[in-house]
Design a protein around this ligand. Structure first.
Ligand code: ADP
Length: 426
């Protein structure tokens, strides 16, 4: 298998989002969880997204992990590697977008790297280097209060300069509107001046198509799913797609087995989806304090599911309303309670799979990451979209046999998401 487009994603749900975008734009795509074991047989695909968890780790760890993933992708033919970051440029002055971008560029022999988090579909646009989230500049958006990466500056040239060794350039919208030739000339002039990272404006998808075309001829780019869209469309236009394009039908071949939903997201959308699910499926609401107190609540949940699951899908949820969540957080701390509940929901998920669940929906970004890690699923083939940004995933090389999953982060999906997801999994 020769990989046409490689990507290294800095978190798991971001990786799924990108893999979904690549698939929708014509590339047969697989998402791996970490760097695959050499024994893993991957299907024939155009694009591989290696999911890492390096968004909020020390920069030197992020650089080391990304460099290994880059070597793995290059050894399998990837001519271009996209470093997939969040469309809100989540990072701090310590990194990790700058250090990883510079390291990937160096590993590829240097040169200019186009950097843009623009993703118009979700309202992320960049103008004169400033990132807008919907109608607000980044520093006035809710991202200013992000618990790990608070964003206080919308000027990405400044933001990236603070986390880079090198000067950072800007290619503005006027140049991008002039087309790929003008962008390439500008990028070349930055490279001659010894500049590595270059922030690129983009407001419309056509801007990302221009950037994708130029980026594809360079070894490395850094961006969100929007740049992925540009790269995928450029690849399809180039006629280099050998897989015949993305067909998602084989990703949803029936797997049989039992089905279950596990929720750890406390977002408004998930809470509503749980209320709606309650009308048609048995729903167990876990007691978060009991979950933290010891293993009994987990054992009780598994026994509850065992009594019902052969009759149809069951739902197990740690999710709670904001008052309950903040009470638990004030008692045990925000990180400690979140982490303990993720561990509990991942154990429950693994036990359900042990008992024959093969069709699984997990609600919550961190909750999904913990579940996928505990299940030790090596990779996913991307299937059709259930709701915007959430595809059906088919496991690749899974020890328990083929499974179909939907991993839903926070606010994604309509109110009947759970039933809609299960209706696509057989
Ligand atoms: P989202 O995608 O909505 O952000 P995540 O799974 O990423 O969902 O994050 C939700 C976090 O809340 C997880 O760390 C989860 O363990 C934690 N959590 C789940 N239920 C509760 C609860 N009842 N009280 C406190 N924290 C909870």
């Amino acid at each position: 298998m020769v990989i046409l487009l490689g990507s290294i994603a800095d978190d798991y749900t971001g990786a799924s989002d990108l893999a979904n975008t690549l698939t929708k734009n014509g590339l047969r795509t697989v998402q791996t969880v970490g760097i695959p074991d050499p024994s893993l047989a991957l299907p024939d695909v155009d694009a591989v997204v290696v999911s890492l968890k390096i968004r909020s780790v020390p920069a030197s760890d992020a650089v080391t992990a990304a460099a290994s993933a880059e070597r793995w992708l290059r050894q399998r033919g990837a001519g271009h590697v996209l470093y997939k970051i969040c469309s809100t440029f989540d990072s701090t002055d310590a990194g990790n977008i700058g250090p990883v971008t510079e390291a990937l560029s160096e590993a590829a022999g240097g040169g200019g790297v186009l950097v843009t988090p623009a993703f118009p579909e979700t309202g992320r646009t960049v103008y004169l280097g400033h990132l807008f989230v919907g109608g607000q500049p980044l520093n006035e958006s809710p991202l200013k209060d992000h618990p790990l990466n608070p964003m206080h500056d919308a000027n990405l040239v400044r933001v990236l300069t603070r986390q880079s060794r090198n000067v950072v350039g800007l290619i503005d919208l006027t140049t991008i509107a002039a087309g790929p030739g003008a962008v390439k000339a500008r990028l070349d002039s930055f490279r001659t001046a010894g500049i590595t990272a270059v922030i690129a404006d983009a407001i419309f998808e056509r801007d990302l198509e221009t950037l994708g075309e130029v980026a594809l001829e360079t070894p490395v780019s850094t961006g969100a799913s929007g740049l992925g869209l540009g790269l995928a469309r450029a690849l399809v236009r180039s006629g280099r797609i050998s897989s015949g394009g993305a067909t998602t039908a084989d990703a949803i071949r029936p797997v049989g087995g039992l089905s279950a939903i596990v929720a750890g997201s406390c977002s408004k959308a998930t809470l509503r989806q749980l209320d709606i699910a309650e009308r048609s499926m048995p729903v167990l609401r876990l007691d978060p304090e009991q979950l933290l107190a010891g293993p009994d609540e987990i054992a009780a949940a598994i026994s509850w599911a065992g009594d019902r699951i052969s009759a149809g899908p069951v739902v197990i949820a740690a999710s709670a309303a904001p008052e309950t969540v903040s009470r638990l957080q004030s008692l045990y701390g925000r990180e400690a309670s979140g982490h303990a509940i993720e561990t509990a929901t991942s154990i429950i998920t693994a036990e359900l799979v042990e008992r024959g669940v093969r069709r699984l929906v997990v609600a919550g970004g961190e909750t999904s990451g913990a579940a996928v890690d505990r299940l030790a699923i090596p990779a996913f083939l991307i299937g059709p979209e259930i709701a915007p940004g959430v595809p059906v995933l088919r496991t690749v090389g899974n020890a328990q046999g083929d499974m179909l999953l939907a991993l839903k982060s926070g606010n994604f999906g309509g109110e009947d998401f759970f039933a809609a997801a299960l209706a696509m999994m057989h």
